[in-house]
Design a protein around this ligand. Sequence first.
Ligand code: UGA
Length: 426
Amino acid sequence: MANIAVFGAGYIGLVTAACLADLGHTVAVRDIQQDRVDRLRAGEVPIHEPGLGELIARNTERLTFTLNADDALAGAEIVYICVDTPPTMAGDADLSRVWSVVNSLKGATDLRAVVVKSTVPVGTGARVRSVLNEAGLAHVGYAANPEFTAEGRAVADFMTPDRVVIGGSDEATVQLIADLHRGVDGPVEIMDVASAEMVKLASNAALMTKISFMNEIAVLCELTGADVELVAHAVGLDHRIGGHFLQAGIGWGGSCFPKDSEALKQLASNTGHHPQLLNAVIEVNNLQKRRAIQKLKQALGSLEGTQIALLGMTFKPGTDDMRESPSTVLAARLLAEGAKVRCWDPLAAQDLAEPWASTTRHDSPLEAVTGADAVILATAWPELREVSWEQAHGLMRRPVVFDGRNLLDPPAMRTLGFTYMSVGRA
Ligand code: UGA
């Protein structure tokens, strides 16, 4: 069993650390946020991720949390870099946090390998390698071990993945990292560092492409009288295509897809390549959110002075994560059109910045729809299927619903007297 230092206690770092500890390794987690470290030391889990709390509680003897890089590195044989790589002003991935970890490794005498799990541009591993060499750490191995964990099911994705990808140039390092995963139920794919870095970006791009593709088909369905739900289901039954990530809606968001699509686009542009398909995938996604507002305007006329209930704020159900949530764009657009926005979400934080600070927050969907001229369903929370829409009809000023996630049954909603619109369904 290995001694591991994990840098970064965000979604990826915490899940990685907790899972590695559960596999029997000793893990020291280092984060730069005092509050986060304090909470973790007190046994609190600062993010909502199913199963993570139990995993941390079960492995307290093997898991420590610290603010101090040297403490985390003392005795560490392997360093996992799990810091965030947000976009720079230019849209490239900002690697400054990765570099600050790499630059802190000089005195780590027991170190055998540095592993990058953060999503980074292709070529980062080669640069880290030369910085390690210059720092007198040529004997320390390097591996890229990208993550494919989706929020809300990150622990399961780590423990039973479709694949573990390890990119490295020396066999001993690759084997060391593969050995760490003993107990993980999934195939291990070994390759060079650049290919492993590209697998991560290409996988996310493939998933975004599937969604944007189906969102474009949804527009064509609306124009031709077809039903995108029936179409997506039958298309997905073809095993060459597969049924996942074909759900039409108001588009993808989150901490990964928007940032990674932009980073891949800039990576392509930096090499002089014009990434046509990727650009279209991004554009379809941007338009999809704005189409939602257009549909509301078709039903209500001007939105000036209207009250709109926005049900669902997080970028997908099962998470409290608001990063790049499509509903943030909807809230901002609605406010810009002069509407008042009444929100409900079961997990989103209360003290959010603009545009949310200019909206009102309500404890239940029914409270949010009271007096509303229209409702937008923006996140596929299962709770929204359970709402008594009959009761909601009685509470609303005008019975207009735009279902941005195709959660509800169109004939049933129309029978209740709603003007009901959704995505790609006649
Ligand atoms: C995504 C990938 O699924 C993970 O494999 C990857 O590891 C992760 O990014 C990452 O790079 O770290 P995540 O951002 O948690 O995971 O969320 P997804 O479940 O992929 O959903 C992304 C967005 O796509 C959400 O806004 C969701 O509502 C939307 N979506 C998803 C659709 O609109 N339609 C679909 O059919 C599926």
